[in-house]
Design a protein around this ligand. Structure first.
Ligand SMILES: *Cc1c(COP(=O)(O)O)cnc(C)c1O
Length: 363
């Protein structure tokens, strides 16, 4: 048997007619940028995330860049961020010329709230929280600390569509929630796409200006902005996908529960869920000492797997200038050497799940 790491075609085929109709509707409308499809998606997505507003943008990275800029993050400011996040989170900070200050992750792979205070200085302006792999971060503590030190919270929700902390949606805790709809995300478009959520009408307007060359009214440019709009056709696809998202999340949870209940191998460390957090299983990440050997073993048994992420941002060439040496973030670096994501996708069959478990238990 062969089990790929992911298969995006299955979810397309499951609702093929609706996606094709949505595409045709947009193609035949004669209107392709910032029209009623985007407006409709923004309304639906705000409702889904329990935010007052959402603004569609071109990607998750752009969402981060514009959210931090609208939050006033600039050169000289420090932003607390977990060391083991995807590098785009860092880029959202550094493209705004601000300084990322790395905090080690906890055992749930999210930012360790108990290590935040030791990193706060008088330059600290914000905490950029990534709900990594689909599990909500420890928002109770994070909100408490942010209040105490008067810091803004911005959430990177690129992996956490629908995940909650204490029954409250990720993306609704901070000043902004930043979402990606890259095809493989839990809510995936058919190309690049993203969104920002917020409860502030004024900030909504600021983001709308930023995404459109800094203009509210055509040819009247208030600030130097970006071209970062959500396409009409992607918005139309996303409205279809969003209708099915809770069902798709349920299915991901069933696969994760099956893995949690049936993988039994003392060499493999399974993921845990924090009390109070919900998990939407964007990724099912295990850890093992001889990770590369385990990955090779899976491959020789025709099972796909991916490392999220092999090089932590502070050790990447792009961030050499921060001057952080190997060993400066031991937990982050240990995770980078030992994590591996197992196949988990919508449409995965019982046979495929069974084969993955059986193969791992024999390792
Ligand atoms: C995917 C991802 C991003 C970037 O999203 P794009 O749409 O690819 O730009 C940012 N942060 C995290 C945590 C991600 O997983």
């Amino acid at each position: 048997m062969e089990v790929p790491f992911n298969n995006l075609e299955i979810s397309f085929l499951a609702n093929q007619d609706e996606y094709e109709q949505a595409a045709l509707r947009v193609l035949r409308s004669g209107w392709y940028i910032l029209g009623k499809e985007v407006e409709n998606f923004e309304k639906e997505f705000a409702k889904f995330t329990s935010s007052r507003f959402s603004v569609g943008v071109a990607s998750g990275l752009d969402a981060l860049i514009m959210a931090l800029r609208a939050a006033g993050i600039k050169q000289g400011d420090e932003v607390l961020v977990q060391g083991n996040t995807y590098i785009a989170t860092f880029m959202g900070i550094t493209i705004n010329s601000a300084t990322p200050v790395m905090v080690e992750p906890d055992e749930y792979y999210n930012i360790d709230a108990e290590r935040l205070e030791e990193k706060i200085t008088d330059r600290t302006k914000a905490i950029l929280v990534t709900h990594l792999y689909g599990q909500a971060s420890n928002m109770g503590r994070i909100v408490e600390i942010a209040k105490k030190y008067n810091l803004q919270i911005i959430e990177d929700c690129a992996q956490s569509h629908g995940a909650e902390w204490s029954g409250k949606m990720t993306g609704s805790f901070g000043k902004f929630g930043c979402f990606s709809f890259y095809p493989s995300k839990n809510l995936g478009a058919f190309g690049d796409a993203g969104a920002i959520t917020t409860d502030s009408e004024e900030l909504t307007q600021q983001i709308k200006i930023l995404r459109n060359y800094g203009s509210e009214q055509r040819y009247h440019n208030k600030v130097v902005g970006y071209n970062s709009r959500l396409d009409e056709i992607q918005a139309a696809f996303l409205v279809v996908k969003l209708k099915y998202l809770s069902r798709l999340t349920q299915e991901r949870r069933k696969i994760a529960e099956y893995y949690l209940g049936n993988i039994k191998n003392e060499k493999i460390i399974l993921p845990k869920i924090r009390k109070g957090a919900s998990h939407v299983w964007h990724l099912f990440v295990v850890r093992t000492e001889k990770r590369d050997n385990f990955m090779e073993y899976l491959k020789s048994n025709n099972i796909g797997s991916v490392i999220h992420y092999p090089i932590p941002p502070h050790l990447s060439e792009a961030y050499e200038y921060l001057g952080l040496k190997k060993g400066s973030l031991p937990i982050t670096e240990k995770y980078a050497k030992t994590v591996l994501s197992l196949p988990l996708y919508n449409g995965m069959t019982d046979q495929e799940m069974g084969y993955v478990v059986e193969t791992i238990n024999k390792y």
